[in-house]
Write a protein that binds this ligand. Structure first.
Ligand SMILES: Nc1ncnc2c1ncn2[C@@H]1O[C@H](COP(=O)(O)OP(=O)(O)OP(=O)(O)O)[C@@H](O)[C@H]1O
Ligand SMILES: [Mg+2]
Length: 325
């Protein structure tokens, strides 16, 4: 029996979804930072924490993955998750193995039915190579647990997966024209589907996402308040939309809204150019990704009928899992 597993390795956050029961009723989701760094010395005899999900070894290499990376390596020692050749690279593979261990923590030999996504911008060029890389037997260790995973993989554009997620509640989504704008950490992908088929000429991505807004906010706090915030706690500031200033909690909702309008300009321009007849012929437009709530007001100025996906942060990975049914 093969276990279904969906893994969405984003530029900033890796999301996974799997079934925690054999009847496939209960979907579990989890995430960890998309970060990996290779130990220069290769595999150590003595792994300091045998239970760590973030210590991955394979082919004689040893990797720190996810939160483990942040505590052991400097930011400039991490592999670059933004390069065009990131998907399928050794660091990407270590992250995939960590995700498998997160869903199936006991180790051992088993089969995995994997569903994973690629950004629209690299899908065409990388799909075949990724499939060849994934469809085989994978031997690796996570912490001290050994894995021998026979993989059968499916790869699709991330944006298509986000639409599949919407289609579970409403089959109409796959008819006529539907679109998604997926706002991630470093990138925003957008895609239009016509009768379930991707319209390539109206689908692409740009390198603007939540991190640009985070940087703009950090700059504003420094310039306007003289407050230098540790980059490591900026994600928490973004989530709570507030920050401690001396002994006072500052509400940042309004300034985040204003900065989002500025940061979203290139996204708006890309959408106007790609959907040049306006988006009025597109029946449904969904906004997904971790940045969806932050950028929704900016997107709806260009596309008034766009609305948030259900569970936007996990829309892609939930759609990837749906595909395996
Ligand atoms: N509720 C929230 N409020 C503010 N920011 C959030 C919230 N939830 C997630 N984020 C931010 O959204 C980003 C993650 O979004 P997502 O997981 O869609 O990106 P990704 O898939 O890694 O990136 P990409 O799709 O560009 O490869 C992170 O920067 C995270 O801090
Ligand atoms: Mg993403």
């Amino acid at each position: 029996m093969a276990y279904p597993l969906a893994v969405d390795i984003g530029s900033g956050v890796t999301k996974l979804a799997w079934y925690s029961d054999p009847t496939k009723k209960k979907v579990e989701v989890a995430d960890f930072p998309t970060a990996a760094a290779e130990f220069p010395g290769g595999v150590a005899d003595d792994i300091y924490d045998p239970d760590a999900y973030g210590l991955v070894s394979y082919n004689g290499t040893l990797w720190a993955v996810g939160d483990e990376t942040g505590s052991l390596f400097r930011p400039n020692q991490r592999v670059n998750s933004l390069s065009g050749s990131w998907a399928g690279s050794p660091g990407w593979t270590a992250i995939l193995y960590a995700a498998i261990a997160r869903a199936f923590p006991d180790g051992g030999a088993f089969e995995v039915l994997l569903s994973t996504g690629l950004p629209q911008a690299v899908y065409g060029a990388h799909r075949k190579a990724i499939l060849d890389h994934l469809n085989c037997k994978h031997q690796f260790m996570v912490g001290k647990r050994e894995y021998e995973v026979t993989m059968q993989a499916n790869v699709m554009p991330q944006a298509l997966a986000a639409l599949l997620h919407e289609a579970t509640g409403n089959a109409e989504v796959m008819n006529y024209q539907s679109a998604v704008v997926d706002i991630g950490t470093y990138t925003t992908g957008y895609a239009v589907l016509h009768n379930g088929r991707l319209q390539n000429w109206r689908s692409n991505g740009i390198e603007v996402g939540v991190s640009a807004l985070t940087q703009a906010l950090a700059r504003w706090l420094d310039d306007e308040k003289g407050l230098k915030v540790d980059p490591a706690i900026m994600p928490e500031v973004m989530r709570s939309r507030s920050v401690m200033f001396r002994d006072e909690r500052l509400d940042l909702t309004e300034i985040i809204g204003q900065l989002a309008t500025q940061v979203a300009k290139p996204i708006e321009e890309a959408l106007i150019a790609a959907w040049d007849h306006g988006a009025n012929d597109i029946a449904r437009v969904f906004i997904s990704g971790g940045g969806a709530p932050l950028f929704e007001p900016a997107i709806t100025r260009i596309v008034p009928h766009a609305r948030l996906s259900a569970d936007p942060g996990y829309a892609v990975v939930r759609g990837l899992l749906t595909f395996l049914d």
